[in-house]
Design a protein. Sequence first.
Length: 112
Amino acid sequence: MPYVNLSWTVKASAEEKRKLMDDITDIISTTTETDKARIYVFIREYDKENASQPDCPVVQIDWVDLPNRTPEAKKEVAGKIQEKLVEFEGVNKERLLILYDEFPRHNTKIGL
């Protein structure tokens, strides 16, 4: 159950955002063998005056601590997401922040 929040000041079209969400889903699914239907991606857009570092998107990935979510997998996911984000004008690759938060399986549940 990866839950991804992207917070940024980039103004992108609905089509660009949809593609980015699909790309992030594909990256996580391929790298960690996670079912795409269990990956949630949300984009939060802020006006530049409401961000202390407007050129620095923040990606927070919350997921269940599973064996295939290794440090190597995290590094690969972060690198590929970074590559996608720097395609957008105004994104500073050197300051882009990607955070992981892992939950034990017994602290998560999907569905009824």
